[in-house]
Design a protein around this ligand. Structure first.
Ligand SMILES: [Mg+2]
Ligand SMILES: [Zn+2]
Length: 175
């Protein structure tokens, strides 16, 4: 049995983009993210977060700082009756040439193997072209670039769809 998944980038999609975010008090959820995820869960999707966290290897915050904020984020979803199936993070920087930092597809491929995900039925939502590239390399063709985070370049993007923010996904992903 396979599952279908909504892959979410974190910064700029779930929460407002803040450079090297590492404090709970700076974590601000984007409008209607809980309602939207609840809607998607009701359509039978699992939700998995895939996030680049190079601030760890750059020494701006520790891996433990990341886990504190991550656990808090998951608890906020849980309080809104949303279970996050998994969170994958890359602690490395560009220079380390790891296999997990987006635009490489490592985190998505690990998720696929761990949870037996049907990538053709799954979606990636990101605010950066890196998210879209990683998705394509992992076999996901349903990609959405949102305008709620980094400034995006729609002319040079490979994304399939564009939305102002995650809450508009209801217009694309329907029962
Ligand atoms: Mg982002
Ligand atoms: Zn990595």
């Amino acid at each position: 049995m396979t599952i279908k998944t909504i892959f979410l980038d974190r910064d700029g999609v779930i929460n407002k983009e803040v450079n090297y975010l590492h404090k709970i008090e700076d974590f601000e959820f984007i409008d209607e993210v809980f309602e939207t995820c609840f809607y998607l869960k009701n359509l039978g999707f699992e939700i998995i977060v895939v996030t680049n966290q190079s601030g760890i290897s750059r020494g701006y915050y520790s891996e433990n700082d990341f886990h504190v904020i991550n656990n808090w984020m998951i608890s906020q979803f849980n309080e809104n009756n949303i279970n996050i199936l998994d969170v994958f993070f890359c602690p490395h920087s560009n220079e380390s040439n790891c296999e997990c930092r987006k635009p490489k597809p490592g985190m998505l491929i690990n998720a696929k193997n761990k949870h037996n995900i049907n990538m053709q039925e799954s979606w990636m939502i990101g605010d950066s072209e890196r998210d879209i590239t990683a998705a394509y390399l992992a076999g996901i063709t349903n990609t959405i670039l949102v305008r709620s985070g980094h400034k995006i370049n729609e002319k040079n993007s490979k994304a399939k769809f564009y939305l102002n923010s995650i809450k508009e996904i209801r217009n694309l992903v329907k029962p």
